[in-house]
Design a protein. Structure first.
Length: 322
């Protein structure tokens, strides 16, 4: 009898947890990306120019550019990079850097009008790149999530210092010239000295943190492949687990990226076209209508409040939420 009651309680919890709020898009527009390759990272450079980096992991690179706030796109011409591009970093003066396999960095000094290529280290898989200022670059790497590295470069991408870590690193975002964060396998790193040194923030384990949003130097959200979502409002001194990916009463998500437009409203994207939304700072997440089976790997907020998301097989969508 006790076993039967216990089973009934667990079943009720599972049914309650699987019950989802379903949100409806005002409009979903599929955009021609002119490629069937993976699109890994999307970012607005200013109110008009938006860049996407991607390609096939071991065979080709792709760079897409929009100059009309993400409505239409073209494949950019650039020196041939033989591998996929994963990291995307920018500076305030219009420089754009895309990093990838075999230590290749494709970069533009003029908002993506023309491109150049530099091989920084042929044995490194650079998945993230950032520039605290125009004179210093930061490159992060991963090796099948078992180890990673942070490299400090000068403005010409010459490596000045490299530090190894015993876990893979996935994403780097600088909140300002001094303070920045790196999300990785089981943890988050923070710098307060322009990337010269990094400290490990705890406790943030039990997931591979693939996506990160740094709203300011203290406000950070991270999401994981296992479906966890965490938030700090004090610069990583303490973390609140807003969603536990290991909770069997919750829907199972594999998440890749997360974005917030303010302290309350945010979106996360993941496998099988999953898009979820919160309007209370991440305490409660709701699913949107399904519109693609492709994994969505990156998401950005357009100047008018629409969302742009991209992913596998050249998937590129503009989503109206207002």
């Amino acid at each position: 009898m006790i076993k039967k009651i216990t089973y009934t309680i667990i079943l009720c919890l599972l049914l309650t947890g699987c019950k989802k709020d379903l949100l409806h898009w005002q409009k979903v527009s599929e955009i021609n990306s002119f490629t069937a390759s993976r699109l890994n990272h999307i970012k607005f450079i200013n109110d008009s120019v938006c860049i996407i980096g991607g390609g096939e992991k071991f065979s080709r690179a792709e760079v897409l550019r929009s100059v009309d706030r993400g409505y239409t796109w073209e494949l950019d011409s650039f020196p041939v990079a033989g591998k996929g591009l994963y990291g995307l970093g920018t500076t305030n003066d219009g420089r754009i850097y895309l990093s990838g396999i075999n230590g290749e960095v494709v970069y533009s000094l003029n908002y993506g009008k023309t491109w150049q290529i530099r091989q920084v280290n042929p044995s490194i898989y650079y998945v993230g790149i950032s520039f605290p200022d125009k004179n210093k670059g930061l490159l992060i790497s991963t090796n099948v999530q078992t180890d990673g590295s942070i490299s400090v470069t000068d403005s010409n991408l010459n490596v000045l210092k490299s530090t190894a870590y015993p876990f893979g690193l996935n994403n780097i975002i600088m909140a300002n010239t001094s303070i920045g964060y790196i999300s990785g396998y089981g943890g988050v790193l923070k710098t307060i000295d322009e990337g010269q040194t990094w400290s490990y923030l705890t406790p943030v384990g039990n997931d591979n943190y693939t996506g990160m949003q740094v709203l300011n130097e203290n406000e950070v959200w991270i999401c994981g492949y296992g479906g966890s979502i965490l938030h700090t409002s004090d610069g990583g001194v303490s973390w609140q687990r807003l969603r536990n990916g290991n909770d069997i009463t919750l829907a199972s998500y594999h998440l890749y990226d997360i974005v917030f437009k303010d302290n309350l409203n945010g979106w996360a994207v993941g496998e099988n076209g999953k898009v979820i939304h919160t309007d209370d700072g991440g305490h409660h997440w709701m699913e949107y209508d399904h519109f693609t089976d492709n994994a969505l790997l990156s998401i950005a907020i357009c100047p008018n409040g629409d969302l742009l998301t991209c992913g596998e097989n050249g998937a590129l969508f503009r989503l109206s939420v207002n």
